[in-house]
Design a protein around this ligand. Structure first.
Ligand code: IMP
Ligand code: MG
Length: 183
């Protein structure tokens, strides 16, 4: 990975700065306030979707005043630059969700396939409630009827990396968000 102030090159593709770490932090604080307000006095379990949501999960947990449990699940439907349309793996789904308030958190929603399928699966566990938070949403690409209860940024349908998100396994550690440069 080659990083300078104006661009990042990952595996031959060039990405340009898009949203700064500071802007992301402000938005995470705002989302944390909304979630605190909603779940105050309740027993919340946050289920974060790996790999991409690990950075958002860490920042959100530290921004919250309530003290939810945190669980991670691994699902994957994405390879390279576009969704493969198949939910191939689900690892680590907590067994005891019956009667619980669950908040699923995602880094980014593109077609919505991954999280739509996952929300259906959670609903079948007899939960008390299930809501969804995503830091980034690409509304123009959404293909599934998802209710996104807490949404950070609505962004254009460009491919992005950084703040936990990767291109082919690379770029997750970037502090800011970068978008694929169109030439
Ligand atoms: P969906 O199922 O099409 O909504 O794809 C969602 C998953 O694909 C997310 O959890 C991300 O991990 C990944 N993804 C979607 N868009 C991007 C992107 O622009 N950059 C990196 N990963 C992405
Ligand atoms: Mg993800």
């Amino acid at each position: 990975m080659i990083v300078d102030a104006k661009q990042v090159v990952v595996k031959g593709l060039t990405f340009e700065p898009f949203i700064t770490h500071e802007e992301i932090q402000e938005t995470v604080q705002r989302m944390a306030f909304e979630i605190d307000t909603r779940f105050e006095g309740r027993d919340l379990i946050i289920v974060a979707i790996l790999n991409g949501a690990y950075v958002f999960a860490a920042d959100l947990m530290r921004a919250l005043h309530i003290d939810p449990e945190l669980q991670f699940v691994k699902l994957s439907s994405y390879e390279g630059l576009s969704s493969s349309g198949q939910l191939s793996q689900v690892i680590g789904l907590p067994k005891e969700l019956e009667g619980k308030d669950v908040l699923v958190i995602e880094d980014i929603i593109d077609s919505g396939f991954t999280v739509y399928k996952f929300m259906e699966m959670i609903r079948k566990k007899g939960v008390r409630s299930v809501e969804l938070a995503s830091l980034f949403v690409k509304p123009d690409k959404l293909e599934y009827p998802l209710e996104i209860n807490y949404s950070g940024f609505e962004i254009p349908p460009d491919f992005v990396i950084g703040y936990g998100m990767d291109y082919d396994g690379k770029g997750r550690g970037l502090r800011d968000l970068y978008r694929l440069k169109s030439d």
